[in-house]
Design a protein around this ligand. Structure first.
Ligand code: SF4
Length: 227
């Protein structure tokens, strides 16, 4: 771990001593540079013992991912809810079922075609939004996931994901439907499935109708990028 090369271009990464690398999961002051991990399994091992922010104290499980680690599409949510915390998997429960249905509507399935994760890996108490400090402590793990999975398309579900990765303060309602680029990857903000569950109308112009437009555009982009 002492000779890392930056994978996002020319920037060399800080050299980590073996002891500093060991401190990553326990000290938010120790940076997680691009290239810190050789594999997702190695990163998940650090996540499982992570104490970098206060969310560690109330969690049942650290929720790292589900889906295919070689997928072309990565879906990034905000953070685990109650069921995710209990099961140790992201997007389970009603939101997860709806997400699976949305993907299935354009012949994508969660086992093979997508990799799903969150901006923060531990559950915020009472399902509150994660704080800026919690996001800052955890987002380097997300960036390592992106580097290692190497998706062509990143879907950001909800405002926290949009802000956490891209730093965009405008909400999903304004940003959805537009392709953006980040580190050479196609990104789109999409409505969080929990929001769609609260807004079930399929009427033209409503969130569910808009989601249908977006998922078709995502399918089209995937076909283009993998042709
Ligand atoms: S939310 Fe992230 S940074 Fe905070 S304790 Fe969990 S894994 Fe560590």
């Amino acid at each position: 771990m002492t000779d890392q090369i930056g994978l996002f271009g020319e920037q060399p990464v800080a050299k980590l001593s073996p002891e500093t690398w060991e401190q990553i999961p326990t000290r938010a002051t120790v940076a997680i540079p691009p290239g810190a991990y050789d594999s997702l399994e190695q990163m998940a091992q650090h996540c499982s013992q992570c104490q970098r922010c206060d969310l560690a104290s109330d969690r049942t499980n650290v929720v790292v991912s589900r889906g295919n680690p070689n997928a072309s599409i990565m879906i990034v949510g905000e953070g685990p809810g109650e069921q995710e915390d209990e099961q140790g998997l992201p997007f389970v429960g009603k939101s997860g079922q709806l997400l699976d249905q949305i993907l299935a509507s354009v012949r994508l399935d969660t086992q093979n075609d997508v990799y799903i994760c969150n901006v923060v890996k531990c559950r915020p108490p009472g399902n509150r939004n994660p704080t800026a400090g919690e996001i800052a402590a955890c987002v380097p793990f997300l960036k390592e996931q992106i580097r290692l999975v190497d998706p062509k398309i990143i879907l950001l579900t909800g405002n926290t994901a949009l802000r956490g990765l891209l730093g965009i303060k405008q909400g999903v309602t304004k940003m959805r439907g537009n392709w953006m680029e980040w580190e050479g990857r196609h990104c789109m903000a999409i409505f969080h499935p929990a929001y769609l569950l609260r807004n079930p109308s399929r009427e033209k112009g409503k969130p569910k109708w808009l989601m249908w437009q977006d998922i078709q555009a995502i399918r089209k982009k995937l076909n283009e990028t993998t042709a």
